[in-house]
Structures are given as C-alpha cells and as structure tokens.
Design a protein around this ligand. Structure first.
Ligand SMILES: Nc1ncnc2c1ncn2[C@@H]1O[C@H](COP(=O)(O)OP(=O)(O)OP(=O)(O)O)[C@@H](O)[C@H]1O
Ligand code: SF4
Ligand SMILES: [Mg+2]
Length: 325
C-alpha cells in the first residue's frame, strides 16, 4: 500500500475524459476517477466492455488528453510537462497492448523491434545494443538467436513475449497493460501471466493491469479496482474484493464470471444483472448503476454515492454496509 511518505509510481486524481460527439452530448468515457499505484504494486482495473478502462490506461501513458484531473507518473504531472519531461515519463511508463497484430512491425526483425527504443534514445548501439537485446530476449524466455527472425515466425504467446521485452528495454518503473492476454489461447495465458509476475518482481515495477477477466486479475494483482460507466465503484485488496465484495456491481461481475470447478459453479449465488449498460453519453442521474442494481432504492436515483472507505475497501454505494438480499 502507498505510505504517505513514498511517492506512488502512479497517481490518478479526479480524472475526466470526455470525447466530443458529432451529434449530441459528449461521451463521458471517464468521469472522475482517482486511484494510485504504489511502487512495485500491481493494480487491476476491471469492468465490462466500454466502461472506460482503456481510456484510463491511455490517459496514463499520455495517448489521450484528460479533459480534467491529473495524472502523475512517479510524482511528475503529465499535463503541462515540457517535451523533455514528457519523453522521460514515456520511458518510465511503458504500455503493453492486447493487439498483437499491430504491436509489432512485420517488416522489422525482432531484434530491431526490441532494440529500437534504446537506439532512438541513443542509449546503446552496435555490440552493446545486441547484448542488451539478447539479455531482454532471455528475460522473457526466448533465445538470442530469435533476434534475427520476423514476428510472423512466432506464435501469439511468443509475440507477446517480444512485445514485453520491447516494453522492458527502457527499464520502466510502471507497466501499463491493456488486456495483455485476451488475444491469446487459454493454454498460453497462464504462462504469460506468470511471466508478468516474475518480471514485475525482478524489475521492481509497478503495474496497472487492465482486463475484463476477473480470474486473470486475481492471478496477478495486489489490489483490484472495479469500473462501471466511467466511474470507479469499488477498490480493494485482492482477497478482500473476491471474498467480501461490497458493491452490488462487483458482486454481479463475480457471479457472472465462469467458475472452472462445476461443483462450485452450481453453488454460486446468482445475482441478476439485468438490462443494458446505459450510454456513456447519457449516464443515469444519482448512482450510475441504479438502472441495473438489484438493491436500488429511491435515494439511488437522485443522490450520487460518494467514494468512501469501508474497512480496507473504497466503495461508492449508499448501501455498501448491507448484505445482498
Ligand atoms: N477516441 C474516442 N472517441 C470517441 N469515443 C471513444 C473514444 N475512445 C473510446 N470511446 C468511447 O468511450 C467509452 C469507453 O471506451 P474504452 O475503450 O475506454 O472502454 P473499455 O472499458 O476499454 O472497453 P473494452 O473492454 O471493450 O476494451 C466507450 O463508450 C467508447 O465507445
Ligand atoms: S447506490 Fe444504490 S443503485 Fe448504486 S450500487 Fe448502491 S444500492 Fe445500487
Ligand atoms: Mg479496452
């Protein structure tokens, strides 16, 4: 956890990202999100498709400009940073995307792709660069001779290892991973997730890990934040979140997640999650979850629940102290 004295690897404060629409009101992709990630910590960010996870991740690495609020990487604000500072931040905060097809240039050898960030910044060349690339390849479980091959000669899992090696080249202090295993076969997901855990420890990196898959997040994260329609609804240490979820939406997500053991699957409580996700261009008043919440009462339709501590959890729900009916 973040101590008051240490500067978190990442601090996101009251982040708002609205995308203007050609017709009608803007899309409120992120609508006031605050969290921090401590040094060496992994924070998971989960929620259904379209809730704003990627927009948060993109704002953190400077790919999307916040409408309001602040992002600080190791204490340095991204907004208003000089080109020089921004370059330094971009080196410290590296992103690993889901999309394997576009993450690697098909015409570039694997060695050139991994070495590119070092070469461009003038940090290594020639023999020294080759040695760094070889070391990075072996760190991700590949062999130095793979450097001369092309991305299409590798499997999906191997390509994701290459992308990770490239992200590690500048020795980042923060890794932002957006669905890094979603495009992979189930059989190789666990290997790549284990690699993340190993590398995060050996490189002493913090990690913001975006996924719609609660099982994946459970495997790699210290704390988990749950997002719904542009808002955080719950943030808790991993075990607390899975054992005693406080927000009705977290409970619904956990109930909907498939359980590998059929016995446990049958015993699972059913929390109905009815209806469609409302449009982020026209979010409901009061609690944004009230249109789908099995515990909603009149107050929920009018009053926005405040983001508050409850034990070791942060939650935004008027009825978080109550157990589900
Ligand atoms: N560049 C953009 N312009 C307009 N709207 C956008 C843009 N990027 C995202 N959005 C919208 O913002 C909302 C949040 O999108 P985002 O991609 O952050 O969600 P997500 O949680 O990552 O979803 P998924 O799980 O499908 O990846 C969605 O309604 C999306 O359509
Ligand atoms: S505030 Fe009300 S509608 Fe929102 S999650 Fe809590 S009980 Fe449900
Ligand atoms: Mg996304």
């Amino acid at each position: 956890m973040t101590s008051e004295l240490s500067v978190p690897a990442l601090a996101v404060e009251s982040l708002v990202v609205h995308f203007p629409a050609r017709h009608g009101p803007p899309v409120r992709a992120v609508d006031g999100v605050s969290f921090s990630v401590a040094e060496r910590e992994t924070l998971g960010l989960v929620g259904e498709s379209g809730c704003g996870k990627s927009t948060v991740a993109n704002a953190v690495v400077g790919l999307v400009r916040p409408t309001r609020g602040e992002v600080r990487v190791a204490g340095t604000p991204i907004a208003g940073a000089t080109t020089h500072t921004l370059r330094a931040i971009r080196a410290k905060a590296q992103m690993v995307f889901q999309d394997l097809a576009t993450s690697l240039n098909p015409r570039m050898t694997v060695g050139a792709a991994i070495g590119e960030p070092l070469l461009v910044r003038g940090l290594a060349r020639g023999r020294a660069l080759e040695a760094r690339v070889a070391a990075l390849l072996s760190e991700v479980g590949l062999r130095p001779e793979h450097a001369s091959r092309y991305p299409h000669q590798f499997s999906g899992g191997q390509r994701q290892r290459i992308v990770i090696a490239r992200a590690l080249a500048l020795r980042p202090t923060l890794l932002v991973c957006d669905e890094p295993v979603s495009a992979l076969d189930v059989s190789v997901r666990a290997q790549i997730l284990n690699l993340f855990v190993e590398l995060q420890q050996s490189h002493a990196m913090a990690c913001l890990f975006v996924s719609h898959d609660l099982a994946v997040v459970r495997h790699v994260c210290d704390r988990v934040a749950v997002m719904y329609l542009g808002h955080l609804v719950e943030l808790a240490p991993r075990d607390a979140l899975y054992a005693t979820p406080r927000h009705p939406y977290t409970r619904a997500l956990l109930a909907a997640a498939p359980e590998p053991d059929p016995e446990l699957q049958r015993a699972k409580p059913r929390v109905p999650l009815q209806g469609e996700i409302p449009s982020p261009a026209a979010p409901p008043p009061g609690c944004v979850f009230h249109t789908r919440c099995p515990m909603a009462v009149a107050r929920c339709r009018e009053e926005v629940p405040i983001w508050r501590p409850l034990g070791e959890t942060m939650v935004a729900c008027h009825r978080a102290e109550e157990s589900p009916a």
